[in-house]
Write a protein that binds this ligand. Structure first.
Ligand SMILES: Cc1ncc(COP(=O)(O)O)c(C=O)c1O
Ligand SMILES: [Zn+2]
Length: 400
């Protein structure tokens, strides 16, 4: 049976999903061991079965799956030409069942809930994790309790509410709500599988293994991903640490965590060489999905980025909006502003000429633009109007 471990003081604890934090350091605990021989089960179709040796699950149940994972790695030909870039590939996580990478974590955490006999699960979320957790609860016949921030958009509330959770819009500080959810969870037997839940993080590793296999069993040179609480980046880095430990790769990719300038506590700390971050004052960005001023996994991210020679960047609102449009217009990829930060980050880095033409770069497109329609700058999207009678003339005029 696995244990939970604090990466700061190295102490190990038995699994307690109701309070997965180090009692001494107050940092999130991560899964540790047991060590086993690991292989890829390439004959399996489902991601959680293909990579089961790398997951802390005794059994995997295809009946709990909504078809998460196995997402395409798309070559961004047109953007490569336009910006004279080396090979750039997009791991399109928007095609997951609830349109974001969160499903990869939810499937693993739901397995854990069931194996522990827990019948109620929950999460706090700005949107994507709410929908994902509620959908996987529905599939597994579990009750779900979802707390969303007061300013969560109607689209995100409805796209979680449709799965039938107990949904509460909560006023107040998000950091306090994070802690409160664990108090409520313990009292009422609800497993809050929040952003840095240790089992959710293990599920994110699968994206890393898929990229490795899609690149013919080689690591990319760079992996860019948007960062909020930090769970996703921690999972991706753990995947490549596993691959290194098992001798599949010799060198880690350079992980580039990207934040919006308007809420960039980790990029800020990284730029100053700090080992811990400070709460970001007055967060303000269109990239709502990554607007967390006090990321619970922040200090782990800074530690792992430092140890593995990665970096944290921040990008402006203008860079984010431009990147979102470029991905759609040049590559047919409609992502949310949080995901667009990765292209913005790559363009920023390429201007500092840090890249080599033989580099292989992966951008993780974490969430769909369809859940953030309200954030689109409608004024920028051109359309014409015509009557049926005048239509042909209009089209001819526009085309000429
Ligand atoms: C679309 C999208 N991208 C990135 C993230 C950041 O993930 P994490 O909080 O694990 O750092 C989130 C988190 O909500 C998200 O919804
Ligand atoms: Zn500790």
């Amino acid at each position: 049976m696995e244990k939970l471990e604090c990466v700061f003081c190295d102490k190990k604890y038995p699994v307690d999903v109701f309070n997965p934090f180090c009692p001494d350091c107050a940092e999130p605990l991560l899964v540790s061991g047991p060590k086993k021989k690991r292989i890829f089960h390439l004959d399996e179709k489902l991601a959680i079965r293909m990579f089961r040796d790398f997951l802390p699950l005794e059994t995997t149940d295809p009946g709990l799956s909504l078809g998460e994972g196995d997402t395409p790695l798309l070559k961004l030909d047109r953007l490569m030409t336009k910006f004279n870039l080396p090979l750039v590939l997009a791991k399109n996580e928007t095609v997951n069942p609830t349109a974001s990478f969160k499903d990869r974590g939810s499937i693993v955490a739901v397995h854990k809930a069931i194996s522990l006999g827990i019948r109620k699960i929950g999460t706090i979320s700005t949107g994507n994790m709410a929908g994902s957790t509620a959908a996987y609860a529905a599939k597994a016949r579990l009750k779900s309790v979802i707390f969303v921030k007061e300013d969560t958009t109607k689209e995100k509330i409805l796209s979680a509410g449709i799965y039938g959770p107990v949904l509460v819009k909560v006023k107040g500080d998000y950091g306090q709500l994070f802690r409160k959810s664990f108090e409520i969870g313990r009292k009422y037997g609800i497993y809050f599988m929040n952003s840095v839940d240790p089992f959710r993080i293990e599920g994110y590793k699968v994206t890393g293994y898929e990229i490795f296999l899609q690149l013919d069993a080689r690591a990319p040179d760079y992996i860019f991903t948007p960062v909020s609480a930090g769970g996703h980046l921690i999972g991706l880095m753990r995947a490549y640490l596993d691959l290194k430990e098992d001798g599949f790769i010799q060198k880690m990719p350079v992980f580039v965590g990207v934040q919006a300038k308007g809420c960039s506590p980790l990029a800020h700390a990284f730029a100053r060489g700090c080992t811990t971050f400070s709460r970001f004052p007055n967060p303000q960005t269109i990239a709502h999905a990554i607007s967390n001023p006090n990321p619970p996994g922040g200090n782990i991210v800074l530690k792992m980025i430092r140890e593995n020679k990665g970096m944290m960047l921040s990008v402006t609102e203008a860079e984010i909006l431009k990147a979102q449009t470029l991905l759609a217009e040049y590559e047919g990829l409609f992502c949310d502003p949080a995901s667009a930060t990765v292209l913005a980050g790559l363009l920023q880095l390429s201007k500092k000429s840090k890249l080599k033409m033989r580099d292989r770069i992966v951008l993780i497109i974490t969430g769909s633009g369809l859940k953030t329609i309200e954030d689109l700058d409608a004024g920028k999207i051109d359309y014409h109007e015509a009557s049926v009678e005048s239509l042909e003339k209009k089209v001819a005029n526009v085309l000429l």
